[in-house]
Design a protein around this ligand. Structure first.
Ligand code: IPM
Ligand code: MN
Length: 340
């Protein structure tokens, strides 16, 4: 397995080291290429993602990314120039974010379990494309637009992915989340495509919810959801809510997938670089380790993925909630559990 590794900023390198520790235990054929991208490189050279690096990344089976972002860099530069550029250039149209409540995890909603949802967030369109602009800048008449781009091609492929996943799950249920009562143009396209694709999946039960109502039910009744399909921005927001109700951002994993398999997919914890705790060795690497599980699953290494996920499930069910997390200790424990 040829894996490109982008540790990135803040706690990124700390959690990635633990992810690799676990991965090495279950996938001995692992070969890694480190890529030094992020705030430091930008500060030193002005480079974000050189084309030559992008080309090299394409030659790998997958990418593991820690976190991108630093308070010393103005907002938007690293996000747009590095993280989103990777997702867009590598056609990561499925942003896969499972949210599951593990035994032993304390959540404000733990009593409401089980929670086991699979959020399928569109990854290359919506308001993220940068389609917009500013007129009459710095005047009281300033006008800013941020146009959401939704193509039939782009919506269809992510909706289809959602159905393909839903049909393999016990509940076979899929919820489209949008705001069709206001965003009638894009909402109309999403609804129509869900209806069309659903005809090919008669076993999958389909529901629709407005994003505001869904945000409430993610908190009050998360157990009702199975597969969620939604656009890039709604998905960004609701997956943070989903993370919060399943034990917090320290446990939330994600995969940025090119489901066609043309480009390498990229796996990363949902959390950011957490500069406030960087360098202290107290970040929870579990979200990265679960992202490694998604990576293995994506590469068809189902048995290896199961070992990683079982290690995490066991660790979480036996953790002492009073004890402060040490990044390397969690990694050591998970590596030992996964190898056993
Ligand atoms: C995420 C992050 C990113 C996003 C930012 C950092 C660009 O919030 O991965 O959810 O909005 O997608
Ligand atoms: Mn986000």
């Amino acid at each position: 397995m040829r894996l490109a590794v982008i540790p990135g900023d803040g706690i990124g390198p700390e959690v990635v080291a633990e992810g690799l520790k676990v991965l090495r235990e279950v996938a001995p054929d692992l070969e890694t290429t480190p890529y030094d991208l992020g705030a430091a490189r930008w500060q030193q050279t002005g480079e974000l993602l050189p084309d030559t690096v992008l080309d090299e990344l394409r030659g790998h089976d997958a990418i593991l990314l820690g976190a991108i972002g630093d308070p010393s860099v103005p907002p938007g530069i690293l996000e747009r120039g590095l993280l989103l550029r990777l997702r867009f250039e590598l056609d990561h149209h499925v942003n896969l974010r499972p949210a599951r409540l593990y035994d032993g995890v304390r959540s404000p909603l733990a009593a409401e379990g089980p929670i086991d949802m699979l959020c399928v967030r569109e990854g290359t369109e919506g308001p993220y494309v940068g389609n917009g602009g500013v007129l009459r800048k710095d005047t009281p008449q300033e006008i800013a637009t941020e146009v959401s781009l939704n193509t039939a091609f782009g919506v269809e492929r992510v909706v289809r992915y959602g159905f393909e996943r839903a049909v393999t799950r016990p509940r076979k249920h899929l919820t489209l989340i949008h705001k069709t009562n206001v965003l009638t143009h894009a909402g109309g396209l999403w609804s129509r495509i869900v209806e069309e694709v659903s005809a090919e999946f008669p076993d999958v039960q389909v529901a629709y919810q407005h994003v505001d109502a869904a945000s409430m039910f993610f908190i009050t009744d998360p157990g009702r959801y199975d597969v969620i399909v939604t656009d890039n921005l709604f998905g960004d927001i609701v997956t943070d809510i989903a993370a919060a109700v399943t034990g917090g951002i320290g446990l939330a994993a994600s995969g940025n997938l090119d489901a066609s398999g043309t480009n390498p997919s990229m796996f990363e914890p949902v959390h950011g670089s957490a500069p406030d705790i960087a360098g202290q060795g107290i970040a929870d690497p579990t979200a990265t380790v679960l992202s490694v599980g998604l990576l293995l699953d994506h590469l068809g290494r189902t048995e290896q993925a199961k070992k990683v996920n079982a290690a995490v499930a066991f660790d979480l069910s036996t953790r002492d909630p009073q004890q402060q997390i040490r990044t390397t200790q969690v990694g050591d424990r998970l590596a030992a559990l996964a190898s056993g």
